[in-house]
Design a protein around this ligand. Sequence first.
Ligand SMILES: Nc1ncnc2c1ncn2[C@@H]1O[C@H](COP(=O)(O)OP(=O)(O)O)[C@@H](O)[C@H]1O
Ligand SMILES: [Mg+2]
Length: 465
Amino acid sequence: MSHIKILPALVINKIAAGEVIDRPAAVVKELIENSIDAMASKIDTYLEDGGRKMIRISDDGIGMDAEDLSLAFQSHATSKLLNADDLFAIHTLGFRGEALPSIGAVSRASIISRTKGSIQGAEIAIDGGVLGQIKDCGAPEGTQVEVGDLFFNVPVRKKFLRTIPTEMAYISEVLTRFALSYPAIHFTLMHNARTVFNLPPVRETAERIATFFGDEMRNSLIPVFLREEMFTLSGYIAPPFFDKANARMQFIFLNGRYIKDSAIFRAINESYHGKLMHKRYPIVFLFLQLDPSEVDVNVHPTKTEVRFRNTSTIYNYVLSALKEGLNKSAPKSSEVASFSQRPEMESAKAEDAGFVKRSLWKQFSLRKTDEIRDTKGDADIPSSFSGTSTSNLNADTPFHNREILPPLSERHKDVNTEELLSARKSETDSTAQTPETPDRTENTFSAEGVKKKKGIFSNPQCFYR
Ligand SMILES: Nc1ncnc2c1ncn2[C@@H]1O[C@H](COP(=O)(O)OP(=O)(O)O)[C@@H](O)[C@H]1O
Ligand SMILES: [Mg+2]
């Protein structure tokens, strides 16, 4: 008798889910990728309890008809690939046909969708991998995916989820990356009926950088640009005095996809060589366009790692573009602080409270405070995350909360200060290091603590290296 058995689809999907969906932020990432691939111009993310209870992503993209909808939760079902050759002609963020079945295997999820021009929409639900029937339903054009009870049938995974602020920090990082890479898309993020982000479309990435990291950062940025036959690099780099304790503010996007790549990290560090102290890292926002035939994006299920056909060429391009940018903007010698002056410079920066408070980039530093916060467990969840909001937006918010979000005329008011402050307060309460006052431009929660604790900086497979 054969000992080898072919696993049932349900088990296969649960195994695949283990690689693709490790926490609510991964669900948010995969669903937003799908909305971007569907050419959405507005993507709304609505969360309850840090995404553990509910994640709902609505878009105004091309939608799916009933036939497509019946396949969407099937394994390896995709509209983005036809054959193996297409793997080297990928123009979309997704292509593996794994995200929806993985999510459906470990949650209670549903999709409502309507294609442009059709008179009615369709709905399908999945419960722990068990697919329901397609039903007709009324719906706006576009797609809404709702994911409830994440990991209800994978208790081990559920146990590994962190506090709500920490999960929000991961989600916020995901949203930040999409917002930087797709400035023309209107993104919103709501948590427990409160608006966390409302980012209307903007012309320039620099405007999104200013929204997230402050005007001082934007005004100091050095533009970089390089065009070669199959490669274009554009973006911004910060002067060396904006250095960080880790490389987490090195945002690299390849063909619109946020990636982590060791060769590019090396090129960045090399270009700043001699300008930074040991173990300090520059801040960069780099947007690479490369012919898809020159890169393999099918390296890891999360699609954050890539393999270049010619790594050394890419390394050289990045190095020369950054060096040129840094040379052009080199400050006069009197403006350059020598290494011996650095401690004073650090403290001067710390004292410039206005600057520090307005600059989100501080959030991306490795701070002990985060670690302390995370070890305390859920007991320290700020009240604004507890789901007790009295706002008239709640879990019953109708499909497409974009109609309900108040239009904010000023981009810099697009952030829920209270929610941010609650997250920040939980950090500062632990250490009393930084006095906090309301700040309209800080809109990300730091997830550093988790990373440091788990030591995942050393894990090259990890999304947050
Ligand atoms: N928001 C959406 N709008 C339109 N179509 C979608 C959306 N989300 C998913 N789909 C369809 O469902 C398919 C399966 O999605 P997914 O499992 O994420 O795989 P992939 O994105 O790798 O193709 C996609 O190829 C796409 O055709
Ligand atoms: Mg996808």
